[in-house]
Design a protein around this ligand. Structure first.
Ligand code: ZN
Length: 138
C-alpha cells in the first residue's frame, strides 16, 4: 500500500478524514467549491477556506486495474478506480478494493473513510445504497 503524504497545504483535508469528515476548499469571494489540492480559485482569490462537504456524490466514471507495474501496489490488484462529482461540484478520484462493485455511471455515491493507517485515513466513495450495510468496501 502507498499512503498519501499530507503536505502543509492539504493537512486539514487529511486530519478531517481521520475524523470521518470530508473537507473541500471553498472560495469566500465567489462562492465556488474547489478540489482539496487547489491553492487558488479561478476568480483569482488565494485565501481559500476549508468547508465540510455533504459527502454526497455521483459516479462519473470507473474502471478496474488488474495489472500493476508499481511494485508497492502489485498486492492491491484488482482494484476499482472511481471518478465522482461531489454534490458541491469538485470531482475527486478514489478507489475501492477489488472488482465487481456493480457500479453504474450516474449512481449516487457516499463518502466513506478507511480506518487510519500511520495517521492517514483514505477517502473512499461507495454506492449510497450500500451505506450502513457493512459491505461497502467489497
Ligand atoms: Zn473564487
Amino acid at each position: 500500500m502507498i499512503l498519501p503524504e499530507p503536505s502543509d497545504a492539504t493537512r486539514p483535508f487529511w486530519d478531517a478524514a481521520v475524523q470521518k469528515r470530508l473537507l473541500l476548499r471553498h472560495c469566500p469571494r465567489c462562492g465556488s467549491w474547489l478540489h482539496p489540492q487547489l491553492l487558488f480559485c479561478g476568480c483569482g482569490e488565494w485565501r481559500l477556506e476549508w468547508r465540510e462537504a455533504s459527502g454526497e456524490a455521483r459516479l462519473l466514471s470507473h474502471t478496474v486495474a488488474r495489472r500493476m507495474p508499481v511494485p508497492a501496489l502489485q498486492g492491491e490488484v484488482p482494484f476499482t478506480v472511481l471518478l465522482v462529482r461531489t454534490r458541491e461540484g469538485p470531482q475527486l478520484v478514489s478507489s475501492l478494493p477489488g472488482d465487481g462493485h456493480a457500479l453504474r455511471c450516474g449512481m449516487p455515491m457516499r463518502v466513506a473513510f478507511d480506518p487510519p493507517v500511520e495517521g492517514v485515513a483514505l477517502v473512499r466513495f461507495i454506492p449510497a445504497e450500500r451505506v450502513g450495510t457493512g459491505d461497502g468496501m467489497r
